[in-house]
Write a new protein. Structure first.
Length: 365
């Protein structure tokens, strides 16, 4: 004991800090094993614990060090600065822990409802709410931590007091500058609660077909069918109309239009449609309709209506039906393909008018 009293105060504090960090590491190791084993039967809580374990590995030594710095003598050189830095690190680690816990909770909830099933409407709804609400909470924690860290600086408090007199002007300027941020945060909460869109929804936005790949705190990533990505601010979905093909169900109807001559019989075409759909894995056996929907001066319009379990399958089914019916018409009724007719008057015939060197109609022979 006399040996340590003869040493510099900082040497004794350093030895105490080393012991505290070692003890914190041992406590973390034991506590992590116990917590992971105790929550093994609780999937959501187990996911939260797993997300927090790496953060606690940093947080516990910081807590132990801060205890050592606070217990150290005030006469030690630079002890105030060390305590301040340790406090800032402790606030940052605590915010990190909260963010990790929120993220782990969201991941655990999403894992309980997998979206790799055919009817994944409920899973996508839960995933959207979990992602958007968790990111909003993370943003709040981060802003609160930054505010607490700034409040530890005396200068920051003095600046805040000096700006209090002009708080009205500053508030207006800050409100105008932060309007896009807050509007997107509010829009994110609206999307999470009302859910006009969800993760993996099929949308038509600005004429583009794609699936919702990600919903962040400020924008939505739409994965276009050709692997492009369309980035859309959250506020856009609150202020503009768009198409959602999977709002209540992923099942959808697909249409195929054919244009043929007036002589085309419809019953053989319906029989061919039945034959094609009987072997089509994309068809869900809900809707199968072939109708003559319009006529023009040259052709008739035939509409085929079929159903599928999803928009992707509906596109493939439309292509299958279109190819099969066009091939059937070409093979069995080639004369019923769209044609252009012309009627000649005055005894004119197409052969006479088209034969090279033929005299014009009515010329003396």
């Amino acid at each position: 004991m006399d040996f340590f009293t003869r040493l510099s105060p900082w040497v004794a504090t350093a030895v105490a800090a080393l012991v505290a960090v070692t003890a914190a590491a041992i406590v973390h190791r034991i506590a992590a094993l116990l917590a992971l084993r105790a929550t093994r039967g609780l999937p959501v809580l187990h996911t939260v614990v797993r997300a927090c374990v790496p953060v606690v590995r940093v947080l516990l030594p910081l807590v132990a060090l801060q205890v050592v710095w606070v217990a150290a003598s005030n006469d030690q050189a630079h002890i105030g600065t060390v305590r301040h830095v340790g406090g800032l690190a402790l606030i940052a680690a605590a915010a990190w822990l909260l963010i990790a816990a929120i993220g782990g909770l969201a991941d655990g909830v999403i894992a309980r409802h997998p979206a790799d099933v055919e009817d994944n409407l409920m899973a996508r709804r839960i995933a959207t709410q979990a992602r958007v609400l968790s990111r909003t909470a993370m943003t709040g924690v981060l802003m609160a931590a930054l505010s607490l860290m700034l409040m530890t600086f005396p200068g920051a408090r003095q600046v805040g007091a000096s700006l209090l007199a002009s708080a009205g002007v500053v508030g207006i300027v800050a409100g105008i500058a932060a309007r896009p941020v807050f509007s997107n945060i509010i829009a994110g909460l609206q999307i999470a609660l009302a859910q006009p869109i969800r993760i993996d929804d099929v949308l038509i936005v600005e004429g583009e077909w794609g699936r919702v790949e990600e919903i962040t705190g400020t924008y939505v990533v739409l994965r276009i069918w050709d692997e492009r990505r369309l980035i859309i601010p959250l506020q856009w979905f609150i202020e503009n109309p768009f198409q959602n093909w999977t709002r209540t169900s992923s099942a959808i109807l697909g249409t195929v239009f054919l244009y043929t001559d007036y002589r085309m019989p419809l019953e053989p075409l319906r029989a061919e449609l039945d034959r094609v759909l009987a072997t089509a894995p994309e068809w869900d056996q809900r809707v199968k309709v072939l109708q003559l929907t319009d006529v023009t001066e040259r052709t008739i319009q035939i509409r085929v209506l079929v159903s599928a379990r999803s928009s992707g399958l509906a596109f493939d089914l439309r292509c299958r039906v279109r190819e099969a019916l066009v091939s059937f018409i070409q093979r069995e009724y080639p004369e019923c393909l769209p044609q252009t007719r012309a009627q000649f008057s005055g005894g004119e015939t197409p052969e006479a008018t088209s034969r090279p060197g033929a005299p014009p109609p009515g010329a003396p022979g």
